[in-house]
Design a protein around this ligand. Sequence first.
Ligand SMILES: [Zn+2]
Length: 236
Amino acid sequence: MTRLLFREDAYAKTCSATVTAISERGVELDQTVFYPTAGGQSGDIGTLTMANGTALPVATTVKDRETGRTLHIIAEDHPLPTIGDSVTAELDWDNRHKLMRFHTCLHLLCAVIEGDVTGGNIAAHKARLDFNLPDAVLDKDEISDKLNALIERNADVYDGEITVAELKANPELVRTMSVQPPMDGHSIRTVTIEGIDFQPCGGTHVQKTGEIGKVMVSKIEKKGRQNRRINIVFAD
Ligand SMILES: [Zn+2]
């Protein structure tokens, strides 16, 4: 299996790696900095540069549904490397950093809004969470202000671990039932925002809430009878 370097350091932008398998247009590496689509966070884009200097664009990164393996999807009309090739994997860092800023911001949103999370998505240009809030009256500006106050607090963000048994005994820790953390291993990664939020989460996060920058709620949509979708964009 691929060593997932983003678990050890979300700020790792590049690594050298060896191609270990190829399927369709998906390239597997012995180690990678590329985060695959999971938990609502979009898969990373970037390049795999071969020893001869040819840069292969990575259109997205996915987790194979059956095997759980991390696949770098090479853009069409580009050659595929060969098993055993050495490559340099480099993220489109601007894109990934936006995903990290949004992901941490959505955890802040969980602290601001009461209600179960029923869905979510994080792209580089906008992020959203859906809450089960049948009767709530939600105000865009009020939510924006609360989020920006938490961002300005510049709270520390750090990971930890809990065991699967602990999590199963405390199901209320999982706010996002639709995007459950992977329960396959012995332990599950957690993300703490000091004094604000604690959740199991396998995503990539910024180290301080101030790094998110100013955000605003762009719109709140009614999705069905119970769901309220809160969309967030960067204010700049
Ligand atoms: Zn998360």
